[in-house]
Design a protein around this ligand. Structure first.
Ligand code: DGJ
Length: 728
């Protein structure tokens, strides 16, 4: 039983294979959080809290006990304005203008299976994997009620959380903060790990001690963003890749988010996470329900174990459709090969070269439609440019299919250029504030996805393209941050709902398209990895990881991404040298090694490669195809991630049955007179013998993990090595 309730003690215990989560309703009806961490085998954990009269921390009126204060009590979900001064789960404006809410327990249910969240992505149960606990809390004065949902996936070691608010009163209540998760982590010395960045430099790991201030990791850009990712880790200060308490919290949401972390006056950490509060307000009319996005929680011993658990949950219980664990076609993308200078002739020539090298999918990126000769026109007009594709999209698609390849297309549905037929016909479909000139981003405006007519238009436009262009793949891009938030359809007092309604509109469109076209592979993208989150992965099993295709830059980007997201989710391409973003020259081999640890492809003019380089590409494609199952579905071990300035990056992937492994090593710079690098491998069977193909020699698993494997001192710029191990 993964969920149990002890009625005498009013104690809820949730158990996964290796973690326990516990909470208790106290005699006053407050829902106390007791514990989350390693398995404690049924122990009642209430003993760890020591309540005392803490100066200036007030006491609920009916309690009559100075030891009991909401300001110091660990809680499952906070109230508001009634004496808990830490970061809180909720903010509401009541009909009388007051801002107080006090939640007390009003009931619970325990059910088999996983709760669902209407219109929102959520971790799903493949059959018999999950149980749901729903705890009801109510505010007696205002009639605001919440349901706290807990989905317990025992085998996955995952607990999901979400909250729904309902208004049982006669008057409107306005929600200004509605978090998906509140977690009070008990005493310890805690670090925060989060993933920051910018365009072309996403998800760079940053680790800092949790301080006595509120650390806020958030996005107010309308997308989860390049700058911060809706994934945070709270871990023991001493935690490493291999050991130490680690809590991962991942929000399945692609819009604005907040994760607030506070080390409180009593030295425990509170984390709240959910929809971003900036610009958010939601009118909850009598009888209405508001549901938050889902947060995914995972406890693990060490960062590697945390990643493994999240990767598994993403691959098996978040990504959907036939591609989730299946072969992903190796692709050639036209963007860095020809940018906007698209023509049928050039595309066909590139596709032909690619087919000859074993590449399986040709992707026609930006520049193919209407007036799209540069990035200031055309968005919204989703029909082909007749000068560039005189015989139409279908003709190119047929020709590419005739080469035995698949055909894919880039679109950026959520955007519109002022210079487009769509904008001329429907200026009110763009987000913009009446009387105010809108801020442009890449010369474009954002369509109002909170409107059903916009979503319907896009559904028609994209499904027509898929049908007529016989598309096998779609790259779904999004290239600016959102601002000038105003929907021309909503009344003034509902404008605080636009950000979230936008995300709901996007999800509804993706749901319609992905279920109507199950054979089409969708790849997410937002100027690279500006919307790389578990919400998007529910619809698109891979996401273009970054617009920076320089393999040395990609080492950090892909490594940071890997803390939460699996290799199979990260779009990664071999591009030209010198690289178009950095001007750096790197060996083709190194570009291949890095891109192969991703959803693999190419993005360069193949016609410019020498014969030897083409042979190398052919070999890379073959090697990836041979090892794809291992690379995409194996367990990833970061061998160098927490080492500062070690001068190289190394990582290893091991098949789940430990029969195969690939080890990758990339030198950041040549080091004269330096010693070779010895890497202690991980995840192997210590008692097995492994044949290393490149050495043509056998080693025991224990020797490779205990003594390590020694890579030769690199000479030349950005040398890489890859070794393949096979159990004999
Ligand atoms: C941004 C994407 O990340 C690129 O890969 C490319 O598709 C461009 N947009 C096209 O405009």
């Amino acid at each position: 039983m993964s969920i149990s309730y002890n009625g005498d003690k009013k104690l809820f215990t949730l158990e996964t294979k290796s973690s326990t989560y516990q909470m208790q309703v106290d005699e006053y009806g407050f829902l106390r959080h007791l514990y989350y961490g390693r398995l404690v085998n049924g122990q009642d954990m209430s003993y760890i809290f020591n309540y005392h009269d803490c100066g200036f921390s007030g006491n609920p009126y009916d309690v009559g006990n100075r030891y009991i204060s909401l300001d110091t009590m660990p809680q499952e979900y906070t109230s508001a304005g009634v004496g808990d001064y830490r970061v809180r789960s909720v903010a509401a404006v009541n009909a009388d203008g007051s801002r107080c809410v006090s939640f007390r327990y009003s009931g619970h249910t325990i059910e088999k299976g996983k709760y669902g969240l209407p219109g929102l992505p959520a971790v799903y149960d493949n059959g018999g994997e999950a149980m749901t606990l729903t705890i009801m809390l109510a505010d007696a004065v205002t009639g605001l009620e919440v349901k706290l949902y807990y989905g317990v996936f025992e085998e996955l070691d995952i607990i999901t959380r979400a909250v729904s608010f309902s208004n049982s009163s006669e008057k409107t209540i306005v929600l200004e903060k509605a978090m998906s998760l509140c977690l009070d982590i008990s005493y310890g010395e805690w670090d925060i790990i989060h993933f920051q960045g910018r365009h072309c430099h996403e998800r760079i790991i940053e680790r800092q001690p949790a301080g006595h201030c509120v650390t806020k990791i958030s996005s107010n850009r309308g997308i989860s963003s390049h700058q911060h990712n809706p994934f945070v880790i709270i871990c023991d200060h001493e935690a490493t890749e291999t050991a130490g308490d680690c809590f991962g919290a991942m929000l399945m949401y692609s819009g604005n988010f907040d994760a607030e972390i506070e080390l409180t006056q009593l030295e425990n950490v509170r984390l709240v996470m959910g929809i971003g509060t900036e610009g958010f307000s939601w009118r909850l009319n009598p009888g209405e329900v508001f549901t938050t996005p889902e947060a995914v929680l995972c406890y693990a011993d060490g960062l590697t174990q945390l990643s493994h658990r999240l990767h598994r949950a993403i691959k098996d219980n978040i990504c959907r459709g036939k591609f989730k664990r299946a072969h992903r076609p190796v692709l050639i993308n036209s963007w860095e090969a020809m940018y906007f200078n698209v023509s049928e002739e050039k595309c066909y020539a590139l596709a032909k070269e690619a087919a000859d090298l074993g590449i399986e999918l040709f992707v026609l990126d930006d520049g193919w439609f209407h007036d799209r000769n540069y990035d200031n026109a055309g968005l919204g007009d989703w029909y082909e440019n007749k000068e560039k594709l005189p015989d139409g999209l279908k003709s190119l698609s047929d020709k590419v299919h005739g080469l035995g390849m698949l055909f894919g297309l880039w679109v950026e549905p959520e955007m519109v250029n002022e210079d487009s037929d769509l904008f001329r016909a429907h200026p009110e479909w763009a987000l913009s504030v009446p009387g105010r000139a809108p801020t442009l981003g890449r010369g474009q405006l954002v369509l109002d996805m909170s409107r059903q007519d916009v979503v319907d238009f896009l559904y028609e436009a994209i499904s027509r393209l898929i049908r007529e262009g016989k598309l096998d793949y779609i790259k779904w891009d999004f290239n600016r941050c959102m601002c000038d938030i105003y929907s021309h359809e909503l009344p003034a007092d509902s404008q605080g709902e636009v950000f979230h309604r936008y995300v709901l509109g996007l999800y509804s469109l993706l749901e319609r398209l992905t279920s109507e076209f199950p054979d089409v592979l969708f790849e997410g993208c937002a100027g690279g990895g500006g919307r790389f989150d578990a919400g998007m992965l529910y619809y698109t099993p891979q996401i273009w990881c970054s617009d920076d295709t320089d393999p040395i830059e990609r080492l950090r980007i892909q490594e940071g991404t890997s803390f939460a997201y699996p290799v199979s989710a990260m779009g990664a391409h071999v591009s030209a040298s010198p690289n178009h973003q950095t001007g750096r020259k790197t060996p083709l081999e190194t570009r291949g090694v890095v891109a192969m640890s991703g959803a693999f492809g190419y993005e360069l003019d193949l016609g410019k490669l020498t014969r030897d380089e083409k042979d190398e590409v052919r070999m890379q494609v073959e090697m990836f195809r041979r090892d794809e199952e291992l690379i995409h579905n194996g367990l990833l071990y970061r061998l160098s991630s927490l080492k500062k300035n070690c001068g190289y990056s190394a990582w290893q992937i091991v098949s789940e049955d430990r029969s195969k492994s690939v080890v990758n090593y990339v030198a950041h710079e040549p080091k004269p007179n330096s010693w070779a690098t010895n890497l202690k491998l991980r995840g192997l069977d210590p008692d097995a013998l492994y044949f290393i193909e490149e050495e043509e020699m056998c080693f025991t698993g224990s020797s490779l993990m205990g003594g390590g494997y020694t890579f030769l001192r690199p000479t030349g710029d950005y040398t890489s090595y890859q070794i393949h191990l096979r159990k004999v």
